[in-house]
Design a binder for this molecule. Structure first.
Ligand SMILES: [Zn+2]
Length: 396
């Protein structure tokens, strides 16, 4: 039985995402570039999650822009005829196929090592870090990652688990690791980007000297205080192909992967490593979902596609998550569903209005609309077709 929770106030998150509004065309161009790289990869033959064969309409292979192929495939019952896949979603130059078995939304072209090497370009972190970086690090950590940590702690408490040893995979700059530390919980992270590892360790190290203001707004002293100092070592740089062996050997009882599974080219290897390491009792992840955001993006082709495109080459469904859990002997124990579909819709309307010369009306619209967004999003979350899902899988 899965315990479900819905909604979360969007709060001031747009202050962290101003770029999506102010630099729509630049972001769009970046995503289009990634789409071109994806379309240069081989066609996907099986579903990323359940391995079922995917049919891609024969006509569409040569001419992606021919919408007839798509209509043709929709004409017959889904998945009944070989060669006629379910090409139901085309957006921003990319075709997606819905898996006839688990509903997982797969890009028609495969995410490969070549794709990853071209799209995951390292961020240019400045070498001169300051307290200002530390302030924005903590702000982001508190706003986005502390609630995620709280959800994990609360859920496991219900299972009678109070001792959490977490290994965070795809840890990035260590925001989630730092969030767990703020609750006094042991967590380390592995990450492929060495600049992010360096930056994250430095930021977390700033908590370590024991100075009062360094521990963030929670007031709780970081678990790492003793080990901190000049630069913590909570994050470790581990190459893409080495993460699964790292997972195999961890003594952590929880693996966390916040916004990571969708990016793993070798997802199966990592999942099998979780399955085989019996120390691991829980897998905590958040993933992008096949959702209302997909429809909104599809309808607004001139707006930046945050959700379906870029490095998101496949999107999950409740069923594909269930299948994924089953495949490693886990079950979906807890869910927390909150999306940003409404924020996407708001952004698309706002950007489009401003593009066509309605600056003033767009401001008025913003004033009327933004106070409603949490309520509207909650309706979408409760429909269970919203853009993001946090879930905790438990070993059976
Ligand atoms: Zn599938």
């Amino acid at each position: 039985m899965t315990e479900k929770k819905y909604g979360k106030s969007f709060g001031d998150l747009n202050s962290l995402k101003q770029n999506f509004f102010n630099n729509n065309d630049g972001m769009l161009k970046m995503a289009d570039g990634m789409a071109d790289i994806l379309n240069g990869q081989p066609l996907r033959t099986v579903c990323k999650i359940c391995g079922s064969p995917l049919g891609y309409p024969a006509d569409a292979r040569n001419d992606r822009t021919d919408t007839k192929a798509c209509e043709q495939s929709k004409a017959g019952p889904a998945g009944e005829e070989k060669g006629h896949g379910d090409c139901i979603v085309r957006s921003h130059g990319i075709d997606y196929i819905v898996c006839p078995e688990c509903g997982h939304l797969n890009s028609a072209h495969e995410d490969t090592d070549d794709f990853a090497s071209k799209v995951y370009v390292e961020d240019d972190y400045s070498k001169n870090y300051s307290m200002k970086d530390k302030e924005s690090y903590d702000r982001r950590m508190n706003m986005i990652y502390v609630p995620k940590a709280q959800f994990l702690i609360d859920s496991l408490k219900k299972d009678g688990i109070s001792e959490i040893r977490d290994l965070d995979i795809g840890a990035g700059c260590g925001y989630f690791v730092a969030a767990l530390h703020s609750f006094g919980i042991s967590s380390t992270g592995i990450e492929v980007s060495d600049t992010e590892v360096e930056f994250g360790n430095l930021m977390m190290g700033m908590d370590g000297s024991g100075t009062d203001e360094a521990t963030g707004s929670n007031g709780a002293s970081a678990a790492g205080t003793e080990q901190g100092g000049e630069g913590a070592k909570y994050l470790k740089c581990v190459g893409l192909t080495d993460s699964s062996s790292y997972i195999r050997n961890t003594d952590a009882n929880v693996i966390s992967a916040i916004g990571v599974l969708e990016h793993l080219i070798h997802l199966k290897d990592n999942l099998n490593a979780v399955r085989d390491n019996k120390n691991i009792k829980y897998l905590y992840a958040s993933v992008p979902m096949f959702s209302f955001s997909c429809a909104f993006e599809t309808a607004f082709q001139d707006c930046y596609n945050r959700h379906m495109g870029g490095t998101h080459t496949h999107l999950f469904t409740d069923e594909s998550i269930r299948v994924m859990a089953e495949s490693i002997g886990f079950e979906v124990a807890y869910e927390w569903r909150f999306g940003s579909d409404i924020n996407d819709l708001y952004r698309f309307i706002s950007v489009s209005m401003r593009k066509n010369g309605n600056e003033e009306f767009a401001d008025m619209f913003a004033e009327k609309f933004t106070p409603l967004m949490d309520k509207l999003q909650l309706v979408l979350d409760e429909s269970e077709f919203s853009s993001e899902l946090h879930f905790i899988l438990r070993r059976k």
